[in-house]
Write a protein that binds this ligand. Structure first.
Ligand SMILES: Cc1cc2nc3c(=O)[nH]c(=O)nc-3n(C[C@H](O)[C@H](O)[C@H](O)COP(=O)(O)OP(=O)(O)OC[C@H]3O[C@@H](n4cnc5c(N)ncnc54)[C@H](O)[C@@H]3O)c2cc1C
Length: 480
């Protein structure tokens, strides 16, 4: 596509409240038209990567972001000790696009693998009591089949997926030939010998995707497991940005020639014969030849699109699930785990969820805090309770399980991804039967609008999935 410098924009007036990351103010500031070829909606990794690739090819790009910061689901708690992450934590050795961009922008990376390995050493706290592996294997409360009783609850589903992943080629997960595998995790686990009690404990208590095993596609899990194995085969590293992952999207935004306007919530998208345009909540309107939309479907469903999306694509935008995940951060004033002899991280089947030690200090072994994760139904429960009551509940549960922790925990912050206006959930979750139909339709260009975002990635997950999708959307636009 050849980019003309012709002014394309019908009207634009920058609201006085809008913030700007960028070099010069856009032409629209004084009421004249900004001159852009592509408007990118959303300044997470996918949108920023698409914007950079389009600029590299000569396009003039404007990025509009609803929040007052860039990064979306890459989000660092800059005011807490060690700068813990509320969003994305680490990048694997196979994160080619993400690592490449970090290197090009001189964003310093550290290998967190030794720290992640420590964090992953979980203690089991079952019905409020710490238990060793041997005690769990012998416990009458252990519902697992005889040959699985020595597995901890969080180990069972990954083990089954690793042993018997029926998706032989994970890269084909979205193709129609894999559709027969698109059953519920409940059916998948029942077929591998688990009963309801085992599934409830090993899956529903703390699901990585969804709220319970009936609503989640086994095919999506199989893809995730296959992709994860493939990443691990490329190397053991788990990179994070020194000083916080949010420095990566900040560097990406800062490297753009065009402007990134913050606090620009998109409420409408119009795609016409000659141009496409967007309307922001503050009343401003921007137009361009093309739009690249990285909005998660959980927020895109609140945006009026004219003409409307059709059929499966419309259904996907309306109904795609997003993971419920709420995080509660604690400062720890005393290493109480040295008193009771168990490690600081633990998996509970109670209201404290999964409690993970944070290792963001100067050495690999320094614990800088704890974060409790409430996934699925527990996360929704904490959200309903509200911040103060949920933090009290989790703290008192940890203190009840670990009396040595009394007086050493200080709740700092609760963050619900489900209640975040500009995400309304964590990552996208496919329900049984949705994979082939949704993935074929979700990212199909709609007039002058192109779609990216982790939910549209077919070959990767997480941050790398976001980058993959931004690349695909940019290539789509440049191929016209
Ligand atoms: C707790 C957590 C842990 C994670 N851990 C990892 C990990 O360890 N490794 C990994 O690889 N990945 C991880 N991820 C996933 C990774 O963060 C995401 O896949 C990736 O950042 C998504 O990027 P994106 O550009 O697709 O979406 P987003 O980052 O969500 O970007 C979309 C942007 O659109 C904006 N927006 C939304 N609606 C509107 C609107 N109406 N108007 C204007 N702007 C709008 C949002 O504010 C946001 O900035 C994690 C995510 C979370 C939440």
């Amino acid at each position: 596509m050849r980019w003309s410098r012709r002014q394309f924009v019908a009207s634009a007036t920058l609201a006085s409240g809008a913030a700007l990351i960028g070099k010069a103010a856009p032409a629209g500031i004084a009421g004249t038209a900004p001159d852009v070829d592509v408007i990118v909606l959303g300044a997470g990794l996918s949108g920023l990567h698409a914007a950079q690739l389009l600029e590299d090819a000569g396009a003039r790009v404007l990025v509009l972001e609803g929040r007052s910061r860039v990064g979306g689901r890459v989000c660092t708690l800059k005011d807490l000790p060690g700068h813990p992450e509320m969003g994305a934590n680490t990048m694997g050795s196979g994160y080619g696009r993400t690592l490449d961009v970090a290197h090009k922008l001189n964003v310093p990376l550290a290998d967190m693998a030794p720290r992640m390995a420590q964090m992953a050493k979980l203690q089991l706290a079952f019905d409020g009591r710490l238990m060793t592996r041997d005690a769990w294997a012998a416990s009458p409360k252990n519902p697992f089949p005889a040959n699985r009783r020595n597995l901890m609850p969080w180990e069972l589903v990954p083990r089954i997926l690793a042993e018997a992943n029926p998706l032989v080629d994970w890269s084909k997960w979205a193709s129609p030939e894999s559709a027969a595998l698109d059953i519920s995790m409940h059916d998948f686990l029942m077929a591998r010998g688990l009963d309801d009690a085992s599934i409830q404990l090993a899956f529903d208590t703390s699901p990585y995707y969804g709220t319970h095993s009936y609503e989640v596609s086994a095919l999506m899990y199989e893809f995730n497991a296959g992709w994860g194995r493939s990443m691990a085969s490329l190397g053991p590293a788990a990179y994070a940005v020194s000083g916080g992952n949010e420095r990566l999207p900040e560097a990406m935004a800062g490297n753009l020639k065009g402007d990134v306007l913050l606090r620009k919530e998109i409420v409408a998208i119009d795609t016409g014969a000659a141009a496409a345009s967007v309307v922001c909540r503050d009343g401003t309107r921007y137009a361009a030849k093309r739009i690249v939309c990285s909005l998660p479907f959980s927020t895109l469903r609140e945006v009026r699109i004219d003409p409307p999306l059709q059929q499966e694509q419309a259904r996907a935008v309306r109904t795609l699930h997003y993971q419920t995940l709420t995080l509660i951060f604690f400062a720890v004033t005393r290493p109480f785990w040295e008193e009771d002899g168990a490690g600081p991280s633990m998996w509970t089947n109670g209201p404290a969820g999964i409690v993970l030690a944070q290792y963001f200090g100067r050495t690999d072994s320094e614990v800088t805090g704890l974060v409790a994760q409430g996934r699925g139904q527990l996360g929704a429960h904490w959200d309903r309770l509200g911040k103060d009551a949920a933090m009290r509940l989790v703290q008192s549960e940890i203190e009840s399980i670990r009396p040595a922790s009394k007086g050493s925990l200080r709740p700092l912050r609760m963050h619900s991804w489900a209640l975040q206006r500009f995400n309304a959930g964590d990552w996208a979750v496919f329900a049984p039967g949705e994979v082939a139909g949704f993935t074929a339709a979700m990212a199909v260009p709609h007039g002058r609008v192109h779609f990216c975002g982790e939910h549209t990635a077919l070959g990767s997950r997480g941050m790398e999935g976001a980058m993959e999708s931004g690349e695909r959307a940019a290539i789509e636009v440049l191929s016209l």
